[in-house]
Write a protein that binds this ligand. Structure first.
Ligand code: BES
Ligand code: MN
Ligand code: MN
Length: 456
């Protein structure tokens, strides 16, 4: 398939320029201030799909942001691959920690720096460009459908209804997703498991108004102090989560599978050095790789209240807030965990304060089989372009729609991601390797080819 490589070489600059145009659109789905830009990004993707040769391209409206659909059916008898990706991005905050503005992409040290470069615009757009090449060369080996959404980063709230209403349209043999990472460019891997998620916000109310912290301090419960007490009790000294029933449904991973996992290349000292930490911390009895894949967790994602502006202000605040995420593993139910947390947190609240818990979003964990045609085809594709067989690996992030597709469409996904954990997704200075971008464009056609051949 050297024609693919030639096409990539011949179009290198344009492929980068187009991605840069997409990255310049601040399609932050979480912040209504960017609503117009989110729609602009949808239109951009639809336009590019059309130009690449997709039929029936449409912006399917939802109560939230539109879902971009497009397809190329070359022969009903051939397999159909449904490409899923997202054009929305996480907020870029805190802006001051970026070395260059998040929506003004630049290449530095061979990496594209911009919000969404790796998650997921850069990875999603590889599919559009791979498709364009195959169309131009008249060598698309199978049918292809695209479903690119704009609400992934806020919980894909409208996707399930869309899928349910479009079962026939979305019918396919496999869902192909590039929205995950690999161990490294030298050690390719394929994600075989994702964690589930339960995300909620808590609000603690103390006195009915902010108070002078000298006049009242010492006599009235400070909701921030109380919130900190409550949060600190959510883990015990072994870093186990203390919510009763939290581990009840957690699947025990066999000693064999854990031994298999331990073979993945991993260096704790390098990991710590990369993160600038002296020592790692996690649940007793598990390795770092296990802690971020087969074990559930609870983390505060944000905490605020009182005065956080410049200088000092002596205030005993009326309210304190925290956003909390729990990462879940197969067999745990996001709904049940949300309920257990809520009950426990409400009960744990001392009488001096009032507590409110608001569930935000969630989703179930996913494990993808390695004995499927789709996985085998993906592994073969990676081997063809990386020169090395990929390692199957469960990772810690969540893509809740994977389980939803399985439930609603009855279709399994293959997680063919080309990012790296060090891409700083969701963080300042998010980046995506130029090499990874083109490697993805090169590998995707192999997947389509092998999947078609192996499906026969
Ligand atoms: N692409 C990520 C998920 C991911 C990243 C999986 C890296 C594996 C490795 C996705 O966009 C994401 O951020 N998902 C959210 C969940 C969603 C419900 C907001 C997450 O994992 O926090
Ligand atoms: Mn993503
Ligand atoms: Mn994300």
């Amino acid at each position: 398939m050297s024609e693919i490589l030639n096409a990539i070489k011949a179009n290198q600059q344009r492929f980068l320029d187009e991605l840069f145009d997409l990255l310049r659109i601040p399609s932050v789905s979480a912040d209504t201030k960017f609503a117009d830009d989110v729609k602009k990004a949808a239109e951009f993707v639809a336009q590019k799909l059309k130009e690449a040769g997709a039929d029936k391209v449409e912006l399917c409206s939802t109560p939230g942001f539109p879902i971009v659909y497009g397809e190329k059916i070359i022969d009903e008898k051939l397999p159909t691959v449904l490409v899923y990706g997202h054009y929305d991005v996480q907020p870029a905050d805190p802006y001051e920690l970026w070395d260059s503005p998040p929506f003004e992409p630049v290449v530095k040290d061979g990496k594209i720096f911009a919000r969404g470069s790796a998650d997921d615009k850069g990875q999603m757009y590889m599919h559009v460009k791979a498709f364009e090449i195959l169309m131009k060369q008249n060598s698309l080996p199978c049918n292809i459908k695209f479903m690119i959404e704009g609400e992934e980063e806020v919980g894909s709230e409208n996707l399930e209804n869309f899928v349910k209403a479009n079962l026939e349209k979305l019918k396919s043999d496999v869902v192909l997703i590039s929205d995950t990472s690999m161990i490294s460019n030298e050690e390719p891997s394929i994600t075989t498991g994702l964690r589930g998620l339960s995300y909620l916000e808590v609000e603690i109310t103390g006195p009915n108004r902010d108070l002078h912290s000298g006049v009242y301090g010492g006599a009235v419960a400070n909701p921030i102090n109380i919130l900190c007490d409550m949060i600190s009790k959510l883990h015990d000294e072994k870093r186990k989560i203390t919510i009763p029933g939290f581990y009840e449904d957690v699947e025990t991973v066999s000693a064999e599978e854990r031994a298999e996992m331990a073979k993945a290349p991993f260096n704790q000292a390098e990991y710590n050095a990369d993160l600038g930490i002296k020592k790692e911390l996690g649940e007793d009895g598990f390795t770092t790789l296990e802690r971020v894949s087969i074990r559930p967790t609870l983390d505060v994602n944000g905490i605020w209240g009182g005065y956080i502006g410049q200088g000092a202000k002596t205030v005993l605040p009326s309210k304190a807030y925290a956003k909390i995420s729990m990462r879940l593993v197969p067999n745990q139910s996001s709904e049940k965990i949300t309920k257990l947390f809520t009950e426990y947190f409400l009960k744990a609240a001392p009488e001096y304060v009032q507590v409110k818990v608001t569930p935000m979003h969630g989703g179930e964990a996913a494990v993808t089989p390695t004995n499927s045609i789709a996985y085998q085809a993906a592994a073969k594709a990676i081997e063809a372009t990386y020169g090395k067989a990929p390692i199957p690996l469960r990772t810690g992030g969540s893509i809740p729609i994977v389980t939803m597709f399985e439930k609603v469409l009855g279709t399994k996904s293959v997680l063919l991601g080309f990012g790296l954990d060090s891409d700083s997704i969701h963080s300042p200075n998010e980046h995506y390797g130029v090499w990874n971008y083109f490697k993805g464009i090169e590998t995707i056609p192999y997947f389509l080819k092998y999947f078609t051949e192996m499906s026969k």
